[in-house]
Design a protein around this ligand. Structure first.
Ligand code: NAD
Ligand code: TYD
Length: 353
């Protein structure tokens, strides 16, 4: 038995693969294009682990995906690959349409044709698990009920619109062709291997470098934060027991304003790596807000708990402490990301193999 993971060199995909091999142990084929967000150093601990097969390639490369499906005959495809950063989607939406919309379309077509040719028992056991985001639901007013799976889709950024489009494609491939799909919509993740363009790792690395900590607008925007390994365990639960054609919202029951996140990270750094120049929060700098910035996301994660018994294992206090400690313990990973050195990892590590 094997599973095919797309985007497994990114933040969540790599954490998922590490978690999967520690818990389930089933071999993984990892298809990743290694864009700027793909970093094989995240998976350096699997260097000599035969259960992890890495393939550099694009989800939109139909010939490649056809060959991988025929060769490895995965029982499931877990689709993480995407352009994922809202600010980049505002500056250049094209790549988001190419990968998140058209890439997902080409992947679905390849998987559909592979699945249609399987024996009946393999067809019914097969799963296409689509990894998506709570951002497809748009922005909540203060005090409004959290996003349930039935909330209307109201995406506001090019990123969330492209993810919403891919969710709709996945839904249609189930309803029209019978492809056995499940979709999960998760809130903001944080944890090890998070690329420091996103809020939490950016604050950690900037603070340690004595640089400004940029807070967009008034910093009162609210997100629900989930430790990345809890996202991995939720995906495992949905893959194993989720009902075909259903969507499951995943969240941490942890709504926080951005400014409070920044202050929490600063306080942890004050404790773990005090700066002689003074408390880190002195570096907080309010900058011009993101255009169209969603004010609040909140996840109602009762369905996955009711049907599958999943709840997050980490509290925000335990998860953020682990995360800050991980960045303090891995200055080489941070330095490689900042220098771009991680992009040489493929040739340094694999060319002689
Ligand atoms: P990421 O940007 O860290 O990683 C994306 C990975 O996909 C990278 O390794 C990249 O090389 C790869 N990739 C990009 N385009 C590709 C293509 N055309 N073909 C093959 N590989 C390609 O993203 P992430 O934060 O790990 O997010 C993973 C998934 O989870 C995404 O689908 C995202 O929408 C979703 N998600 C993210 C969050 C979050 O907080 N980060 C929350 C909910 C859902
Ligand atoms: P981000 O990590 O980019 O995730 P998303 O936009 O997908 O939720 O941002 C999280 C929140 O932090 C979001 O409200 C934007 C805000 N933010 C800042 O205030 N400053 C920053 O430098 C960044 C990157 C984000």
């Amino acid at each position: 038995m094997t599973v095919l993971v797309t985007g497994g060199a990114g933040f969540i995909g790599s954490n998922f693969i590490l978690d999967w091999l520690e818990t389930v142990g089933e071999p993984v084929v990892n298809l990743d294009a290694l864009t700027y967000a793909g970093n094989l150093q995240n998976l350096a601990s699997l260097q000599s682990d035969a259960r992890h097969v890495f393939v550099q390639g694009d989800i939109g490369d139909r010939g490649l995906v056809d060959r991988l499906l025929a060769e490895h005959r995965p029982r499931a495809v877990l689709h993480f690959a995407a352009e994922s950063h809202v600010d980049r989607s505002i500056h250049g939406p094209g790549e988001f349409m190419r990968t998140n919309v058209m890439g997902s379309f080409h992947l679905l077509e390849a998987v559909r044709s592979h699945w249609a040719a399987l024996a009946p028992d393999e067809r019914s056991a097969f799963r296409f698990h689509h990894v998506s985001t709570d951002e497809v639901y748009g922005s909540l007013q203060p005090g409004a009920p959290a996003f349930a799976e039935t909330h209307p889709y109201e995406p506001n950024s090019p990123y969330s619109a492209s993810k919403a489009a891919s969710d709709h494609l996945v839904r249609a491939w189930h309803h029209t062709y019978g492809l056995p799909v499940v979709t999960t919509n998760c809130s903001n993740n944080y944890g090890p291997y998070h690329f420091p363009e996103k809020l939490i790792p950016l604050i950690i690395v900037n603070a340690l470098a004595g640089k400004a900590l940029p807070v967009y607008g008034d910093g009162q925007q609210v997100r629900d934060w989930l430790y990345v390994r809890d996202h991995a365990s939720a995906i495992r639960a949905v893959l194993a027991g989720g009902r075909v054609g259903e969507t499951y919202n995943i969240g941490g029951w942890n709504e926080m304003a951005n400014i409070d996140i920044v202050h929490t990270v600063c306080a942890l750094l004050d404790e773990l790596r005090p700066d002689p120049a003074g408390p880190y929060r002195r570096l907080v700098t309010h900058v011009t807000d993101r255009p169209g910035h969603d004010r609040r996301y909140a996840i109602d994660a009762r369905k996955i708990e009711r049907e599958l018994g999943w709840r997050p294992a980490e509290t925000f206090d335990s998860g953020i402490r682990k995360t800050v400690q991980w960045y303090l313990d891995h200055p080489d990973w941070v330095a490689n990301v900042q220098s771009g050195g991680y992009r040489d990892w493929l040739s340094a590590n694999y060319s002689a193999r």
